[in-house]
Design a protein around this ligand. Structure first.
Ligand code: AMP
Ligand code: GLY
Length: 419
């Protein structure tokens, strides 16, 4: 199994974390990333192929003799990249198109959960002929949760206590998509559970918690995630046991029994009630970003071995072990993120990585002069490990303090629920 060539698809903080984990494996001889960023460039070969160019990616995988392709974002999976790679005999970490629909269509995910008996919020599917007011009445008393049934890059969900806003979003979504979901509001605390799975078995990675709002105290607009930590104590051993029994087991039974089994990571977005009952807020068919940055470093065993096993239905025989440590990451976001991030600014002061603290590049690249610049909304994520969560937080914020990026902003309270 030695001398492997691996292609990582994507170019954010998640993909830099994947490249970091893979580059430390003695089983990986050559590492490639498409399109990558300034961080992946330092530890792999970047290729100018877009993550949305399925044909180009298959060609590249063949060209670099990839024994494994690891897909970061969901869009190429929804575009059948795994199916295309299977046609040319290259194992892919990431599910085939039919199963990527778990993220591509929220309604499909709901139907699967109903079939598999997995707990999730009640919902209505609304179309132009539905009585919207009656549905809004039924779920009143809490904020309304409205979800578009399309991949919307994090902009497809509105949670609001303003009835007019809910109604406007419903009407707009029906106009553009033909239908929309209205969901019952779930009360509780969120956590993310990443489950590596294939046809033979599954491995639950330690639970983490993201911070989706832009500003401290969970205020401001929704973002892709402003920071995360792992493990998240809200997922107590009892909650984890219930999550495995009520969600992971039935989902795995369903996904492993499909024509082509699910091979990759199932991101289970959980809501945990104050009584400790877990239910599913969403599924993603990829690692979370920034959850990936703080989960992978807690894996003690070989990352390539785990990802390759999952891509080839060999997970049941593979042993995955974890460090007994805490990890935390803080996102440094560009001015104007999430609404309209300013790009192209110089980045300075990134410290030399240590075994306990480093920077994951997210939206970074180089200008014509070869200087490091910002190229996206989430620019860097500052990651650290510690014996305690406090120690990890202290180290991550120390890393962040030295970095200069004009106009940038970050949350100062990552991990606040657990600290
Ligand atoms: P989603 O894209 O489905 O993860 O939704 C985005 C965010 O909206 C979630 O992370 C939650 O914070 C919130 N949300 C989604 N569905 C619900 C729900 N049924 N009840 C409460 N909050 C929700
Ligand atoms: N951090 C949330 C996500 O990746 O969907």
């Amino acid at each position: 199994m030695a001398n492997n060539s691996v292609l990582v698809v994507g170019g954010g903080g998640r993909e830099h974390a994947l490249c970091m984990a893979l580059s430390s494996s003695p089983l990986v001889e050559s590492l490639h990333c498409a399109p990558g960023n300034a961080g992946t460039k330092a530890i792999s070969t970047n290729h100018e192929v877009s993550a949305s160019d399925a044909s180009g990616l298959v060609e590249l995988a063949l060209h670099v003799g990839a024994s494994l392709v690891v897909v970061g974002p969901e869009a190429p999976l929804c575009d059948a990249l795994a199916d295309r790679l299977a046609e040319v005999g290259i194992p892919c970490f990431g599910p085939v198109q039919a199963l990527a629909e778990l993220e591509g269509s929220k309604l499909h995910a709901k139907e699967v959960m109903r079939t598999a008996g997995v707990p999730t919020a009640d919902f209505h599917v609304l179309t132009s002929s539905s009585d919207i007011d009656q549905a809004l009445d039924e779920f009143s008393g809490h904020p309304w949760v409205v979800k578009r049934d399309v991949l919307a890059g994090g902009k497809g969900v509105v949670v609001t206590a303003d009835r007019n806003e809910a109604k406007a979003f419903i009407e707009h979504s029906i106009e553009t998509d033909g239908k929309v979901l209205l969901e019952a509001f779930l009360v509780g605390e969120e956590a993310s559970m990443l489950v590596i799975m294939d046809g033979s078995g599954y491995v639950c990675l330690p639970p983490s918690q993201d911070h989706k709002r832009a500003y401290d105290g969970d205020n401001g607009p929704n973002t892709g995630g402003m920071g995360a930590y792992c493990p998240a104590p809200v997922a107590t051993p009892e909650v984890l046991e219930r999550t495995v029994e009520e969600i992971v087991e039935p989902m795995h039974a369903y996904l492993a029994s499909q024509v082509v089994p699910y091979r990759g990571v199932l991101y289970v977005g959980l809501m945990i009630t104050p009584q400790g009952a877990p239910s599913v807020v969403e599924f993603n068919v990829r690692f979370g970003d920034p959850e990936c940055q703080i989960t992978l470093p807690l894996i003690e065993s070989d990352a390539f071995e785990m990802l390759y096993a999952a891509a080839t239905d060999a997970l049941a025989e593979s042993k995955v072990s974890f460090h007994n440590r805490h990890a935390l990451t803080v996102v440094l976001a560009a001015e104007g993120y999430p609404a309209s991030p300013v790009k192209g600014r110089l980045i300075q002061g990134i410290p030399t990585p240590t075994a306990d603290a480093w920077v994951n590049h997210a939206g970074t690249g180089f200008n014509a002069a070869g200087e490091l610049i910002s190229t996206g909304g989430r620019v860097l994520t500052c990651t650290a490990l510690g014996k305690t969560l406090d120690e990890a937080a202290l180290r991550a914020y120390q890393v962040l303090e030295g970095i200069e990026l004009e106009g940038s902003h970050h949350r100062t309270d990552i991990g606040h629920r657990a600290l």
